[in-house]
Design a protein around this ligand. Structure first.
Ligand code: PMP
Length: 433
C-alpha cells in the first residue's frame, strides 16, 4: 500500500485501536491497548471520542488545556504564521521575530526580575535545560564539586534524562540499570524541612548544585506545600548557595490564580521551568526563565565569555511562539487568571461534602483550580475514573489513590459543581455495589 492508501484506510477504520502501531505513553500495554479512548475533537471544556461520546475534560488533558479546546483565534494565528514563516532557528546570529517578542512578554511577567528566557518544546526539555544550566553555572564559578540536583519525594519533572533521574515517583526511575541515569541526584522529604536540612548536611552543600520543586506537586497527588516548608527551603538554599529551580510546568500561567505560583507562595527562584499553560497546548512549547545571577556572566562583553552550549532546532519555534503570544493576550483579555481565584472558592465549597464522606474519602486538597481527592483503600481511583468516563466526565488517577481535578479556566461555576457532584456520585455508586 502507498502512504496515501494507508492513511485513507486508517482514517476510515474506527477500530484502529485494537492493535495500533502507536506505542501508548506511560501505559501497561496489555491493559491499555484495545480500550483506549480516541479523542478526535474538542470544544471548550468538552472533548469528543471518535465514536461520538462527549466528555467533560475535568483534567484539561494533562493539565494543559487551560483556555479550553478548539479556540479558532489560535488556529488562525498558527495558520497565518505558517504561511508567513513556519519557523527559523535561533542558533548564534539567527533568530525569528516571534521568538524574540515572546521572550519579551515572558520576561515581563516572569516572577524573576530581569529574566532571560530559554525556549524549547515542553516541560521535560525545560527541566533538562534548567538542571544542565545549574551545573554549568557552578562549573563556570569554579565550584566544580557542586553537581547534585535535589528533588522531593513524589516529584514529577518529566521523563527526559534529568526528569527521570530526579523523579520522586520511584517507578519512573527504575529499570535503567543504574540508581539514576544522571548519578548526581538526591531525594529530599516532600514536607519535612528538618529532614531536608539533615540531608543537605549529609550530602554536603559543597556538592549540591540546585534544588528543584513543584509549587504544588501534580502527578504526586496534588500536594500543596505544608505551612513553613517553602520558607525553610528558601532559607536553606540561600544559606548553602543552592540554586532554587521552581518547576511551574503545571502551575505557570494562572493555574493557582496568580500568573506564577512563585508569587502565591513568596518563592524567589533562580530559574523557573514552564510549558503546558504557555500555549494551553495549542503548540508544543516550554522553557526556562533565568535570573541575572546565572545569565549575566554569559553576557559579559569579552572574548573569554563562556557559551552555554545548549539549543535545539525548535527552540523558539516561530509558529509555537506566535500561538503563545496570542494565547497570553487571550488570558489577559478574558481575565482568566483572576477567574481561577473565584473558581478556587467554588471548588473548595463543592468539595466540602466529599471531604465529609469519611470512610470513602481520606483527604481532599485544593490550591487554585487544582484539586486532589484521596480515596480509602477499598475504593480504587483507576476504577472510579473508568466509572466517571461512563458518566461523561474525565478525571485521572494520581499517586496515593487520588483523583485529579484540574478543569479548564473557562468553566462556569455550575460546571465545576456538576463535575464534583459526578465524582461524588461515582464514589457512592461504587460503595453501594
Ligand atoms: N514538570 C511537571 C511539574 C509536570 O507536571 C510535567 C508534565 N506533566 C513535566 C514537568 C513534563 O512536561 P512535558 O510532559 O511537557 O515534557
Amino acid at each position: 500500500m502507498t502512504v496515501n492508501e494507508m492513511a485513507a484506510s486508517a482514517h476510515a477504520a474506527n477500530t484502529l485501536i485494537d492493535a495500533p502501531a502507536l506505542w501508548p505513553a506511560q501505559g501497561h500495554t496489555p491493559t491499555v491497548v484495545g480500550r483506549q479512548l480516541v479523542i478526535d475533537r474538542g470544544e471548550g471544556s468538552y472533548v469528543y471520542t471518535d465514536d461520538g461520546r462527549r466528555l467533560f475534560d475535568g483534567t484539561a488533558g494533562l493539565w494543559h488545556a487551560n483556555i479550553g479546546h478548539g479556540n479558532p483565534e489560535l488556529a488562525q494565528v498558527a495558520h497565518e504564521q505558517m504561511l508567513k514563516l513556519e519557523t527559523y532557528h535561533t542558533f548564534a546570529r539567527f533568530t525569528n521575530d516571534k521568538a524574540v517578542v515572546l521572550g519579551e512578554l515572558l520576561a515581563g511577567i516572569s516572577p524573576i526580575e530581569r529574566s532571560k528566557v530559554i525556549l524549547n518544546s515542553g516541560g521535560s526539555d525545560a527541566i533538562d535545560v534548567a538542571c544542565k544550566l545549574a551545573r554549568r553555572h557552578w562549573q563556570r564559578e569554579g565550584r566544580t564539586t557542586k553537581k547534585i540536583i535535589l528533588s522531593r519525594e513524589f516529584a514529577y519533572h518529566g521523563l527526559h534524562a534529568y526528569g527521570t533521574s530526579i523523579a520522586g515517583l520511584e517507578f519512573n526511575r527504575e529499570g535503567y540499570g543504574t540508581e539514576s541515569l544522571v548519578p548526581e541526584t538526591a531525594r529530599i522529604s516532600f514536607n519535612d524541612a528538618a529532614q531536608v536540612e539533615a540531608l543537605i548536611a549529609q550530602v554536603g552543600a559543597k556538592n549540591i548544585a540546585a534544588l528543584v520543586t513543584e509549587p504544588v506537586q501534580g502527578t504526586g497527588g496534588v500536594n500543596p506545600p505544608e505551612p513553613g516548608y517553602f520558607e525553610a527551603i528558601q532559607r536553606l538554599c540561600r544559606q548553602h548557595e543552592i540554586l532554587l529551580i521552581v518547576d511551574e510546568v503545571i502551575t505557570g500561567f494562572g493555574r493557582l490564580g496568580t500568573m506564577f505560583a512563585s508569587e502565591r507562595y513568596g518563592l524567589e527562584p533562580d530559574m523557573v521551568t514552564f510549558a503546558k499553560g504557555v500555549t494551553s497546548g495549542y503548540a508544543p512549547l516550554g522553557g526556562v526563565l533565568v535570573s541575572p545571577r546565572i545569565w549575566e556572566p554569559f553576557y559579559v562583553d569579552s572574548a573569554d565569555t563562556p557559551i552555554f552550549r545548549h539549543g535545539a532546532t525548535y527552540a523558539g519555534h516561530a509558529t509555537a511562539s506566535a500561538v503563545a503570544i496570542r494565547h497570553l493576550e487571550i488570558l489577559e483579555r478574558e481575565n482568566l487568571v483572576p477567574r481561577v481565584s473565584e473558581l478556587e472558592a467554588v471548588l473548595r465549597t463543592a468539595l466540602t461534602g466529599l471531604a465529609q464522606r469519611q470512610g470513602a474519602v481520606t483527604e481532599v486538597r485544593v490550591a487554585g483550580l487544582l484539586g486532589g481527592v484521596s480515596l480509602a483503600g477499598h475504593l480504587n481511583a483507576v476504577q472510579i475514573c473508568d466509572d466517571l468516563i461512563e458518566l461523561g466526565f474525565i478525571s485521572r488517577p494520581l499517586r496515593g489513590n487520588t483523583l485529579q481535578i484540574s478543569p479548564p479556566f473557562i468553566i462556569s461555576d455550575e460546571e465545576l459543581t456538576g463535575y464534583v457532584a459526578a465524582i461524588e456520585h461515582a464514589i457512592v455508586e461504587r460503595e453501594n455495589r
